[in-house]
Design a protein around this ligand. Structure first.
Ligand code: ADP
Ligand code: MG
Length: 272
């Protein structure tokens, strides 16, 4: 079973919305994420998932609503946070290992423990051989794993991940998901995780927020009360499979997927 100890914070998103000029990118979203909770957002391309994430990170202004961290209004970029976006944004003139260490360097932390933690993460994420290589010498999947290590290295209280597994092949993706679950269970940061994989969302989360097509809004919230670690495929557990089916059903109603694919999807394929 999971430890209930958490280093996570409470993350309150209250009627947060975004317009770009006349364009409504995100309708008001309200969600109160508890310390140590793992919340996923699934939704079709362009529905405003990344926009929501950037606002929660404090990297983009909201058009209204409020974001509070442990009750305090967010007024600039989050600092005690690990961020892993699909665009990995690694520095090309630093090795993979040094890219991760940099998180400690810029904060002036004692580097012994940071180095040790980096080594542990590289081992765990299958990056040991990548340590001394530069980002351009790594595959897309490896760069994403480096980016995940960078997000986790300082054991942040909040973890924001925007389709962090997008460039991984199917098998690596399963392995990294398993690793992420383990790493999350160890520290229990509060997580906001964006994915277009229904299977990943249901498998990893305490709650899954399902978004509509653009302009996006949360149309359903699914609570997944199952012990961890969880099976890696929906078919291995009837409750997981049922949650998965509900989400696919939503996407069918929204016209994102055709009803014909539902049978196949429930067996474990990816949405979108
Ligand atoms: P998702 O991550 O769900 O695919 P995004 O949050 O990236 O969606 O984008 C939501 C919508 O807002 C899209 O239509 C996108 O083109 C638009 N958008 C995102 N960022 C900007 C921006 N800086 N300026 C104008 N439109 C934007
Ligand atoms: Mg996006």
């Amino acid at each position: 079973m999971t430890s209930t100890e958490t280093r996570g914070v409470r993350l309150q998103i209250d009627h947060v919305h975004k317009t770009f000029g006349p364009f409504e990118a995100l309708r008001p979203v309200t969600v109160d994420i508890q310390p140590g909770e793992f919340v996923s957002v699934v939704g079709p391309s362009g529905c405003g998932k990344s926009t929501l994430m950037l606002m929660v990170a404090g990297l983009m202004k909201t058009s209204g609503g409020s974001i509070r961290i442990d009750g305090k209004p967010l007024s600039g970029p989050l600092t005690d946070v690990g961020i892993a976006f699909q665009d990995h944004l690694l520095l090309d003139f630093r090795t993979a290992f040094d890219n991760v260490l940099l998180q400690g360097v810029i904060r002036g932390l004692p580097m012994g423990p940071v180095r040790e933690r980096t080594r542990e993460l590289f081992d765990r994420l299958g990056l040991a051989k990548a340590a001394e290589r530069y980002p351009h010498q790594l595959s897309g999947g490896m760069r994403q794993r480096v980016s995940l290590a960078r997000a986790l290295v300082l054991r942040p209280s909040v973890l924001l991940m925007d389709e962090p597994f997008g460039a991984l092949d199917a098998l690596t993706r399963l392995q990294v998901r398993y690793d992420l679950e383990q790493l999350w269970m160890a520290d229990r940061p509060t997580v906001l995780f964006i994915t277009h994989s229904v299977e990943e969302a249901v498998g990893l989360s305490d709650r899954v927020l399902v978004m509509s097509t653009s302009p996006g809004q949360v149309v359903e919230e699914i609570r997944v009360d199952l012990p961890r670690p969880r099976p890696l495929t929906l078919g291995e557990d009837p409750v997981l499979a049922e949650h998965g089916r509900r989400i696919y059903d939503h996407f069918a109603r929204l016209g994102v997927i055709h009803r014909d694919v539902l049978g196949a999807a429930a067996a474990g394929a990816h949405a979108a």
